[in-house]
Design a protein around this ligand. Sequence first.
Ligand SMILES: *[C@@H]1O[C@H](CO)[C@@H](O)[C@H](O)[C@H]1NC(C)=O
Length: 179
Amino acid sequence: MVAYTTFAVAITTLLGLSSAAPGYVKPTGVVKRIFAGSTTANGGLHFEPENVVAEIGDLVEFHFLPKNHTVVQSSFDKPCEPLADGSGIFSGFNFATPSGEADNVFTFLVQNKEPFWYYCSQTNGNHCQKGMNGVINQNFDNGKTLAVYKANAVNTVTVQPSADKLASQGGNIVPNKPL
Ligand SMILES: *[C@@H]1O[C@H](CO)[C@@H](O)[C@H](O)[C@H]1NC(C)=O
């Protein structure tokens, strides 16, 4: 176990993934693009697609549309709040764009098949309360649906993951390359 851990750390360091991955998972090569913002849905306060199924090792890539959105990991039970233990993913406010897509994207590898809940923490316009949230690998067999998350989000107050609004964690900020 010790040897394996050391090996895994060595490999992730070698690949330059140490800041992206809490643990090493083998990349599948599959990229799941999610747009933060929308030119059509919900007055722009929308992730598209907002309900994604992904495999362990798939790369999630957030592309940011206007205006000034973030991605913050939350629990199902507490919409619009970061994970209580501070381990959640946060893009930081690094992607404001007046038009088109932001110059950079935010990426991370899917670590497991547990539901990954997230929201936009922009309080100027109450994005999370208005429905700008989403899920990766929702459990379709229980009542913990994105619709319920959205309903519960309405009366919450958004919490920022860190005092430093630019301090992203758990992923990488990389150039937005055209397809
Ligand atoms: C984006 O929003 C954050 C949080 O409200 C704010 O601190 C930052 O100045 C905004 N950036 C731009 C370019 O509007």
